[in-house]
Design a protein. Structure first.
Length: 550
């Protein structure tokens, strides 16, 4: 479980006793996350086989990786803004989790008031195409018994107009609050709740703003009333988007976004002023002083479209490594969608596919503009859930006849600068995948063409092999079972020779839909002592996982 112990909440006095970063290599190894949903159930205990990645194989021929698309929840939207302080948007830049203390679902989300006519806002006078909606962001608390139906607790923290009690945690008179990361430690009886949150001075009353823009740490006895600890943390994040996590060894990890130097191959449209957003990783022994992990950098490469930028990396620990949900930013359309990644160590990431695993809806629907995921992936009932703030509109407006413009093509004028924002009209939604079937190895060509994959050499003596697989049904034909999908497996010795009794022809073709199907040969279901590798034959089949067991 994610923890935030008492010694890390002592402010300046605790700094004197804090862990020092003496050996960066040791710290990076120790910072591997024990990420799980806040129910306290380790992710590895849920039903799924170990992470399957290209480094499991020594040969891959005529195969490729299939990524499954997320399923939007039928209850979406889960929370829509209907109060004066959140009618302009609910749900992005925050944390959603199940509280291990009171068993309630909690959502700490950014909310903004509505801007019916942004040009009439006092701060927008003189630039009618602009909006300063970002200056009105507040972190607010929502609660739920089931993660679907949500309420606004009436807190005494901040009033709003005639509303003496609201669910607002921080008010903008103290500075903007956004990008909250929640950590809960039930063993800490005094201060079980902790939060990292970005505070900025926009709109703050003079003298009440934080000591400079950046990330601050707060603690709470009940998750409702919060107390700031110390000054701004020492970090490489630069006050940009960031999620913080606590490792099982007590150290901290942060995944954050910054702009990287623009490359000649990049395309940044005139209405976008921030080049090459990239994801980084930082580590800390005490949560106060941070170092960037030089091994971690997600940035556009030759396989990405020329306008692709990386916005968020949200990791989730599984057996054999990490799953990662990556928020991708596309400046040409000013939209954000989700892409799936995998990693052995949480530092170096691989993409099964560069296409989105959850794409944007049409403009005007929630998620039609941006999909901002929350801090934690949640696993329940063999489903992986991502809570997200889905916006109806894009990040920045592209055209406005009142703004300086530039003609692009036929009948299309676009704003010729990037210094403007749109109101983030959003709602909290969620999307899910079958937890054990996020992506699969498949025959690349489909049809009768067979792909093969050979595992790396290892001792298979006496082991059984189980597969998570799905095969395509026969084609519509008068011929029974014509081109029906299947998987076959043969075992190889140290010289890559098939072993008698365990050849492909002696393996009954495996087909259908199976979560953990045992492979059998005429020679039995346990590998002989000389077996070193398994060779898979895939025809119209999807291999989601494999596991050798004693």
């Amino acid at each position: 479980m994610l923890e935030f112990t008492r010694r890390n909440l002592l402010g300046k006095s605790g700094l004197a006793r804090a862990i020092r970063i003496r050996d960066c290599g040791r710290l990076l190894a120790g910072a591997l996350l024990a990420l799980s949903c806040s129910t306290g159930t380790p992710a590895a205990e849920h039903s799924r086989m170990p992470l399957l990645m290209p480094d499991d194989f020594s040969e891959l021929n005529l195969v490729a990786w299939r990524v499954e698309l997320g399923t939007a929840d039928p209850s979406n939207p889960l929370i829509e803004g209907d109060q004066p302080w959140d009618a302009g948007g609910v749900g992005f830049h925050g944390s959603v989790f199940k509280d291990p203390i009171d068993k309630l679902w909690k959502a700490y989300l950014v909310c903004t008031p509505a801007e019916d006519f942004p040009e009439k806002q006092a701060e927008n006078t003189g630039k009618p195409w602009a909006s300063e909606n970002a200056a009105h962001r507040r972190v607010c608390l929502f609660e739920s018994k089931d993660g679907i139906h949500w309420t606004r607790p009436k807190l005494a923290n901040v009033s709003f107009g005639k509303h003496e009690r609201t669910n607002i945690i921080f008010d903008v008179t103290d500075g903007v609050s956004a990008y909250s990361s929640m950590l809960v430690d039930p063993a800490n009886r005094d201060w079980p709740y902790a939060m990292f949150v970005l505070r900025e001075s926009w709109g703050a009353v003079k003298g009440k703003a934080p000591q400079g823009n950046g990330y601050y740490r707060y603690r709470s006895k009940d998750g409702k009333s919060w107390e700031r600890i110390g000054s701004v943390i020492n970090n490489p994040m630069g006050g940009d988007l960031c999620f913080f996590y606590r490792g099982a060894d007590g150290s901290y990890v942060a995944y954050y976004r910054l702009g990287a130097p623009r490359q000649p191959t990049d395309h940044v449209p005139v209405y976008e002023d921030f080049p090459r957003r990239s994801c980084y990783r930082a580590v800390s022994g005490d949560g106060w002083k941070w170092q960037r992990d030089e091994a971690m950098l997600l940035t556009a490469d030759e396989r990405d479209h020329r306008d692709t930028q990386y916005q968020e990396c949200v990791p989730h620990k599984v057996r054999g490594g990490y799953l990662g949900m990556i928020t991708m930013y596309l400046p040409l359309t000013q939209t954000l969608n989700l892409r799936l990644a995998a990693s052995r160590d949480g530092r170096r990431w691989w993409f099964p596919d560069r296409r989105p695993c959850f794409d944007n809806a049409p403009l005007g629907d929630y998620g039609g503009g941006m999909i901002w995921q929350s801090q934690y992936p949640i696993v329940e009932n063999n489903r992986l859930y991502i809570y997200y703030g889905g916006t109806e509109g894009p990040h920045r407006q592209i055209s406005d006849s009142r703004a300086p413009s530039k003609q692009i093509g036929y009948l299309e004028n676009v704003i010729d600068h990037g210094a403007h924002f749109l109101p983030f009209n959003s709602a909290l939604c969620r999307v899910s995948w079958r937890y054990d079937r996020l992506y699969a190895l498949a025959s690349a060509a489909g049809g009768p063409t067979i792909g093969t994959a050979v595992t790396k050499p290892q001792s298979l003596d006496g082991k059984k092999l189980s597969l998570n697989l799905l095969t395509r049904p026969p084609k519509k034909s008068d011929k029974p079972h014509f081109d029906e999908g299947y998987v076959q497996v043969e075992l190889l010795d140290a010289q890559d020779k098939p072993l008698p009794g365990f050849t492909r022809g002696e393996c009954t073709p495996l087909n259908g839909d199976h979560q953990a199907l045992a492979v059998k040969w005429t020679g039995g279901d346990r590998a002989p002592s000389t077996a070193k590798q398994a060779k898979f034959y895939l025809k119209r089949a999807f291999l989601y996982g494999l596991e050798f067991t004693e």
